[in-house]
Write a protein that binds this ligand. Structure first.
Ligand SMILES: CC(C)(COP(=O)(O)OP(=O)(O)OC[C@H]1O[C@@H](n2cnc3c(N)ncnc32)[C@H](O)[C@@H]1OP(=O)(O)O)[C@@H](O)C(=O)NCCC(=O)NCCS
Length: 146
């Protein structure tokens, strides 16, 4: 595998636009859903991260500030051909470090039921029961930052 680099990227940059395409391909197209205007309106205030390999965005996620101490991790997506190769883990760890450096104390997320095991391995705690979001079951998960 070519070298992987994880970077914070700017909203509306060329990497952001590439990441948005990946998010659509991995997370929305399979469900037949589009991004809503409401969620897009929040994108400029989010922190965006990308995994790059050979100049291509192969993974991404974003952190949406909820208040001064909490962020919500959203839109975690890895290129289908590179899943289960450590890209998602590297992205989440980098984003956690960036969040901690900015003074956030907790990350929350809505995990798809099929991805709960991924967040389990990264130290996220399961909270409550499954609920439906975007037509599929999700679970609230959380992690305190050191
Ligand atoms: C879920 C996803 C982000 C994980 O990223 P990834 O690069 O494939 O995962 P990694 O290779 O970094 O996996 C890290 C660890 O989690 C495990 N893991 C990865 N995906 C998993 C899953 N869906 N369920 C359970 N465990 C999983 C890996 O086996 C690995 O375990 P190890 O550390 O014991 O070897 C990625 O597979 C993906 O984009 N899936 C489709 C979209 C999606 O479901 N996004 C999450 C929405 S909440």
């Amino acid at each position: 595998m070519d070298q992987l680099s994880i970077r914070e990227i700017l909203f509306d940059s060329s990497e952001y636009k590439e990441a948005l395409k990946l998010r659509y391909q991995v997370l929305r197209a399979p469900l037949g859903l589009e991004f809503s205007a409401e969620e897009m309106a929040k994108e400029p205030v989010c922190l965006h991260f990308a995994a790059l390999q050979a100049g291509q965005v192969v993974g991404c996620l974003l952190l949406m500030p909820l208040d001064s101490s909490r962020v919500k991790m959203r839109q975690v997506a890895v290129s289908p051909t590179l899943q289960r190769a450590g890209v998602g883990k590297a992205l989440v760890i980098s984003a956690e470090t960036a969040a901690q450096q900015r003074g956030f104390r907790e990350i929350v997320l809505h995990a798809r039921d099929t991805a709960v095991g991924f967040y389990d391995r990264l130290g996220y705690e399961r909270v409550g029961e499954l609920f439906l979001e975007n037509t599929i079951p999700h679970l609230l998960m959380r992690k305190s930052l050191p």
